[in-house]
Write a protein that binds this ligand. Sequence first.
Ligand code: PEP
Length: 253
Amino acid sequence: MRKKIVAGNWKMNKTYEEAIQLINDLNAGLNNLSHSTDEIIICPPALYLHEAATLTRDTAKVFTASQNCHTNESGAYTGEISVKMIKSVGATYSILGHSERRMYNHESDEMLRDKVNIALANNLKVIFCCGESLEIRSKNEYINFVKSQLENSLFHLSKEQFSSIVIAYEPIWAIGTGVTASKEQAQEMHYEIRYFIAAKYGSEVAEATSILYGGSCNPKNAKELFEQADVDGGLIGGASLVAADFISIIQSF
Ligand code: PEP
């Protein structure tokens, strides 16, 4: 049975005090809650990763993730963060391939392939983001586009390596816009992604891979999205910045 996962991508938000407050609020809320989510992943700015990992250590089912990593393990790369550093502060995952990094930091499929490789080589699991622009969707090329993102950055992995991958389907037109993919649009793409994985790695691997939806997911629409057969949870941006909203999404399964 694949895992039900809710991950919160804080992006470049929160001062130190605000971040600690949010972590404390999440701890307090989650410690008093029964829910059926298998993993809750908090993805704060890298500056706060150590504290997030430490403060949530005793909160059941909570893990932490970086929002990026570098392609090299160490060296003269001013301002960058390596997988070894991320692991050393207690994180379990790294988000890779977020559309904002693809766009603003010019991260190509090939660069992401290198990042995936170095993360897995250092036992850091990966939340791999994929998703099309509105232009690609309007040309009806979205399924092939997402397929090529997976093929170019992930499908060189072995079956065993692929078991450390969580996919996040995040249509760019839905991220931060308030326009959520309909449950039918989300299910269609998640089904196709699972189909691609099955064609490459077999149905056992495909059935075991968690595929999250991301893009203006909130406490109001999470339930109907999570009810879809191939939607195994969400990667949440804006709504992860408010503890009550994030917790409400966690309760949506
Ligand atoms: C995201 O950036 O990963 C995301 C899903 O953002 P939002 O929920 O704000 O659309």
